[in-house]
Design a protein. Structure first.
Length: 202
């Protein structure tokens, strides 16, 4: 079993359909060691990006994890999961959804994505409040360190949704605007007579 005794090594990965088109999806599982990244999880992250590029389909990452797990184990391809994701840039759409706090290495995934949406309970930072307190003595909340009011104006996050469902809706809508990859054409959308003309300011 990948990750040894740790279920799915903290990340659920697979393929599926969004709007009828294939995608690769990785979802950090906060209920398993706070969604932290172990050697197996790291290899799965790399493989997701590799398959998205090979199959020329979008990559969706749902983030809510604590970064690398301090286990002393060798992480193999580290940090090439980010390099594999960077190789997807401009070739396949990459979308990130922050459904909760995302720290450390996992938080680096969001800025590499083409489009990232954060829910109300989301936060993003390279080091969380306990590390900040230890290093500087300052007490700060997750929200003040990297919540929506910080991440959105800074440009790290592109859009905000109230709920996790809203984040998933935004991901579906975003992907509906694009073909699956740079090698394919966007879907044809026929004229809808029921839709009125959009007003154009003059």
């Amino acid at each position: 079993m990948i990750g040894g005794d740790i279920a799915a090594d903290g990340i659920v990965a697979g393929s599926g359909l969004i709007n009828g088109s294939p995608v690769m999806v990785g979802a950090e599982d906060f209920t398993t060691l706070a969604g932290s990244i172990g050697p197996g999880g790291n290899a799965k992250r790399y493989r997701l990006a590799e398959l998205a590029l090979r199959d020329r389909i979008p990559l969706v990452m749902l983030l809510e994890g604590a970064g690398f797990r301090p286990s002393g184990e060798h992480y193999g391809r580290t940090p090439t999961d980010l390099l594999a994701q960077a190789q997807c840039s401009g070739k396949v759409p990459m979308v990130g959804g922050l459904l909760g706090p995302s720290a450390g290495h996992g938080a680096l995934v969001a800025p590499v994505c083409d489009f990232t949406i954060m829910s109300r309970q989301g936060a993003i930072f390279t080091a969380g409040p306990p590390v900040v307190k230890e290093a500087t003595g300052e007490e700060i909340s997750k929200e003040d360190l990297g919540g929506p009011t910080v991440a959105l104006p800074s440009g790290v996050i592109h859009n905000y949704a109230e709920t996790d469902e809203g984040v998933l809706d935004d991901i579906r809508r975003y992907l509906s605007y694009f073909p699956s990859s740079a090698w394919s054409y966007p879907p044809t959308r026929l004229y809808d007579e029921d839709a009125g003309l959009r007003p154009t300011p003059e």
